[in-house]
Design a protein around this ligand. Structure first.
Ligand code: UT7
Length: 315
């Protein structure tokens, strides 16, 4: 049994905030942000919530797949910025879609969340426990950044992406492998200042930027090598690489070390900034019209925890 990616969708908040529209008091500039990160703008949720963005992305993905919501028997939603402490945002999306069967739950692996969610859904399909799964990455990080800290608030944006995975027998396309990892030694490197059981506040994002940068490059490189070794492939066998979009310099450094030609790497951080768990499905949505003819696509992520992972999909 194979999990084949048959649909994708996305949603962004209405408000787009360009670098030069950031508050002057922040002491930043379009030049600094573009040079150091590649980010030109980000979308900021106002009336939107994580679930409302996720629901739009999910509907689009289901339509793109040519299915109806009742075909879905599993919803795995990756987020670190859910609507409520409980219930899970996935259940809110399930309700909005009018689905009453199957299971829906959230996964929190922050920027690696989508690959974690994909791995779970793929495993359910391969075990025969799900026939059609919705995998969503959705975030509203603008609500948990400190808007007076220029070293973090300019980096993140809001949005959602969703894909539909369907169980298919002996089919050439689909998820070939998926691996997820974490190392809790680094919990304090990228963390919020509070939480339910500590300060009973939401807290805001703090980050040791340079350390996170180094770790991200290292893990992209080692995860990509592991993927190639596992499949006995070389870079020539890979048609498209979709890394988590945290900083264009991280992506370029990784590409240089791993000797990946630039034309094989999808970069869209200029448009959306770092949307955490939403970044990879937003990128998948951009290539959805070519599903079925793209070839071997490597997904790579790294995030708070630290968490990281990869997937190889024949798309
Ligand atoms: O999704 C996974 C999580 N996130 C990441 O992977 C992000 C990883 N880290 C990074 O992308 C980079 O480390 C940053 C973009 C966060 C920072 O870039 P950097 O080149 O590592 O800069 P830095 O932290 O070494 O700071 C250099 C200077 C500092 O000033 P001084 O001390 O040299 O005077 C900062 O205060 O840049 C200053 N700075 C800024 N200046 C203008 C930091 N943020 C800004 C800003 N605008 N927004």
């Amino acid at each position: 049994m194979n999990s084949v990616l048959i649909g994708a969708g996305m949603a962004l908040p209405r408000k787009c905030l360009k670098n030069d529209e950031l508050p002057k008091e922040l002491g930043t500039s379009d030049e600094w942000i573009v040079q150091r990160t590649g980010i030109k703008q980000r979308y900021i949720a106002e009336e939107e919530t994580t679930s409302s963005l996720a629901t739009i992305a999910a509907r689009q993905a289901i339509n793109h797949a040519g299915l109806s919501p009742n075909d879905i028997d599993l919803i795995v939603l990756a987020t670190a910025t859910g609507d409520y402490t409980f219930p899970a945002t996935a259940v809110v999306v399930q309700k909005e879609l009018g689905i009453t069967n199957g299971a829906a739950f959230d996964v929190n692996a922050v920027c690696s969340g989508f690959i974690y969610a994909l791995d779970i859904a793929d495993s359910y399909i391969k075990l025969g426990k799900s026939k059609c799964a919705l995998v969503i990455g959705a975030e509203t990080f603008s609500r948990i950044v400190n808007w007076s800290d220029r070293s973090t608030c300019v980096l993140f944006g809001d949005g959602a992406g969703a894909v539909v995975l369907q169980a298919r027998n002996n089919y050439g396309l689909g998820i070939q492998s998926c691996r997820i990892y974490s190392d809790g030694t680094y919990t304090d490197h990228l963390i919020t200042t509070g939480g339910i059981s500590t300060t009973q506040t939401v807290g805001y994002v703090t980050m040791q930027g340079r350390e996170v940068f180094k770790f991200a490059v290292e893990k992209f490189v080692s995860a990509f090598e592991e993927l190639l070794n596992y499949h006995k492939m070389s870079i020539n066998d890979i048609d498209l690489v979709i890394p988590h979009q945290a900083n264009v310099r991280i992506i370029k450094k990784f590409a240089e070390i791993a000797k990946i030609p630039e034309e094989k790497i999808l970069i869209n951080i200029d448009k959306y900034a770092n949307t955490s768990a939403a970044s990879i499905p937003l990128a998948l949505n951009e290539v959805k019209n070519k599903f079925g003819s793209i070839g071997n696509t490597a997904l790579l992520s790294m995030g708070s925890g630290f968490t990281w992972g990869y997937a190889l999909i024949r798309l």
